[in-house]
Design a protein around this ligand. Sequence first.
Ligand code: C2E
Ligand code: MG
Ligand code: MG
Ligand code: MG
Length: 291
Amino acid sequence: SVKKAERGQVALHNATIQNAYLNKIKLKDRLKQALKEKTLTVYYQPIVNADTHHITKLEALVRWFDDEYGMVSPGTFIPIAEEFGLIHLVGQFVLEKSCQDLAQIHKAGFSDVGISINRSVSEFKASINQVKLITSAIENAQIPYDSITIEVTESLATNRYTWRTLNELRKHGVKVSLDDFCTGYSSLSNLIENQVDYLKIDKSFVDSLMSDLNKQVMIDCLIKLSDKLSIDVIAEGVEHLSQLEKLRELGCHHIQGFFYSPAKPIEACLTLLHTNAFVEFAGAERETAAE
Ligand code: C2E
Ligand code: MG
Ligand code: MG
Ligand code: MG
């Protein structure tokens, strides 16, 4: 009967929710374990000056390789860490590791390179002194304050308190970047009211750039506004040469994406720096074009 079928569906629906919940709990437990055993790691994705093809910064992206699940993406486990109060542990691990790795990069002779660290808005709470945590990690690693950028995603949760903390960090010289701009909640008033050093155009925006003239107009305006506010615009998720060329034409010269490189372990990034990898690559491109 219809009623029976409906009941069946409800039961199935409940079972799905319960499974999702149990999966989440299990993932949370394994993450806790990984944090305890310090088996998380950090990969770095180059941010490149598209005019010189030099790496200017590396974005620290946390990586978790679990024995059972394999590689779990941060898009999956960061929200779980936030929900179960583990985000501070993840954040502290990434912060310390990134500062230490940057010290190594500077010692290798690349003192102009900086690191950009993602920080969840939920990490900015009155009970936790983010300014102290971040400046201490920088001091311990003996790297300059302005070689560290903190990336936050603008969201409804980006409240006064978060902005105040970010401003305090800026007074120390730490840079602030507004991540995933042009998505969801981004607002121009936030840009004007709060000082940031960088803003990152989200991948979803870059994806439709070539086919959507409106997006090109928006980026053009955004770059003009950012120039006035002394903000550098970075495009993320750039995969194709056509996108890179369009972005440069619109005045965006800081590029991040698979076109140059995905996130890699520190050793691989040092190799990219030592071999001046992208400059060579651009040279080869020019030669091919000249032939
Ligand atoms: P995000 O900060 O916007 O980072 C960019 C994401 O896009 C990264 O994914 C990166 O690998 C990916 N990406 C970059 N270029 C390309 C491209 O050309 N094509 C494609 N398909 N993807 C590209 P990932 O590493 O999976 O990180 C996802 C999100 O997880 C990050 O987005 C960030 O919000 C969060 N996250 C990562 N690491 C941390 C962390 O240490 N702390 C916190 N709080 N969040 C983190
Ligand atoms: Mg980011
Ligand atoms: Mg981003
Ligand atoms: Mg993004």
